[in-house]
Design a binder for this molecule. Structure first.
Ligand code: F6P
Length: 341
């Protein structure tokens, strides 16, 4: 068989582990040929690719990023995107394409699959917000990075008796904020699923100082917003490229809390450091398992499906199901975290 693989959307620790696993399983065990499209869907749409053999994937397991490059180009962005993809799959004699990506990539995968292309998706995102899988690789690494940062920030916050508002990634969901906040013992966790009340937040942090504590750490997801009408807030918007421009919630919260509490506050935006660098062992294992199962799905002709973790097993779910909803932080999970703030 001939299999194409691509990595699309924001990069994520563990992408190289999937590529490596796909090549090992396909080339060594099945005698397949594998090609890697460069920069995500762009490579497929422009027929820009490179052959992937064992040598090409040697030594990449622990490497962050993706050896294939990534972009946010989508087939739907071009009027003839689907046709171009179909043409290039046929020209290259591909029996299957394995796109590895998050929400946007999986929607594109579904579009191509519905148009009759042989697609098996692999989910990835540090945000952990794809509902059809219990966990996405990259999340564990991102939580580890954020937790380490929070541990470090605590000592400087304490020295200066400050409130630090630490913004972590999470466009639509608060998984990274929740887990890193719990792991590091944050004093408040603010997630997009629960628009915050600035009065309540001020009270929560204020109580800490009233109890004699010298500092406070507030973790906030980049997509968090206040309850409507409770605080003047710049909602963000789109940048010149049409990409989402975040509101800078940490900066706005920091200014507001400083004024309301009469305590020095500072915003800290962790940003892309959460996505960079070497994946944790957990993420390498999950990514490797996804790669193995994606190749098996190709050989079983299970197109239009995506690999997913359910409990401890890897299973296949329809792409249609995978892109239906996002996995948000349920109220009870937030309550568990709230108890230890
Ligand atoms: O989807 C992962 C993610 O890391 C989001 O949490 C974040 O909002 C987004 O990517 C930022 O991506 P970029 O700046 O690369 O467009």
């Amino acid at each position: 068989m001939r299999i194409g693989v691509l990595t699309s959307g924001g990069d994520c620790p563990g992408l190289n582990a999937v590529i490596r696993s796909v090549v090992h399983r396909a080339v060594v065990d099945h005698g397949d040929e594998v090609v890697g499209f460069l920069d995500g869907w762009r490579g497929l749409l422009e027929c820009d690719y490179r052959p992937l053999d064992l040598e090409a994937v040697g030594g990449i397991l622990a490497r962050g990023g993706t050896i294939l490059g990534s972009s946010r180009v989508q087939p739907a962005h071009l009027r003839d995107g689907v046709e171009r993809a179909r043409e290039h799959v046929a020209d290259l004699g591909l029996d299957a394409v394995i796109p590895i990506g998050g929400e946007g990539t999986l929607k594109a995968a579904r579009l191509l699959s519905d148009a009759g292309l042989p697609i098996v998706g692999v989910p990835k995102t540090i945000d952990n917000d794809i509902a059809a899988t219990d966990v996405t690789f990259g999340f564990d690494t991102a939580v580890g990075v954020a937790t380490e940062a929070l541990d470090r920030l605590k000592t400087t916050a304490e020295s200066h008796q400050r409130v630090l508002i630490v913004e972590v990634m999470g466009r639509h969901t608060g998984w990274i904020a929740l887990h890193s906040g719990m792991a590091a013992g944050a004093h408040a966790i603010v997630v997009p699923e629960r628009p915050f009340d600035i009065g309540e937040l001020t009270e929560l942090v204020g109580k800490r100082f009233a109890a004699g504590k010298r500092f406070a750490i507030v973790v906030v997801s980049e997509g968090a917003k206040p309850r409507p009408g409770t605080m003047a807030f710049d909602e963000g918007g789109k940048d010149v490229y049409g990409h989402e421009r975040f509101a800078g919630v940490a900066r706005q919260l920091s200014a507001e809390l400083e004024q309301r509490l009469g305590k020095e506050a500072r915003p800290v935006i962790l940003g892309h450091v959460q996505r960079g660098g070497t994946p944790t062992a957990y993420d390498r294992v999950l990514a490797t398992r996804f790669g193995w199962h994606a190749v098996e799905a190709v050989h079983d002709g299970a197109f239009g499906m995506m690999t997913a973790l359910r409990g401890t097993d890897i299973t296949l779910v329809p792409l249609a199901e995978a892109v239906k909803t996002l996995k948000t932080v349920p109220a009870e999970r937030y309550t568990e975290a709230e108890c230890v703030l």
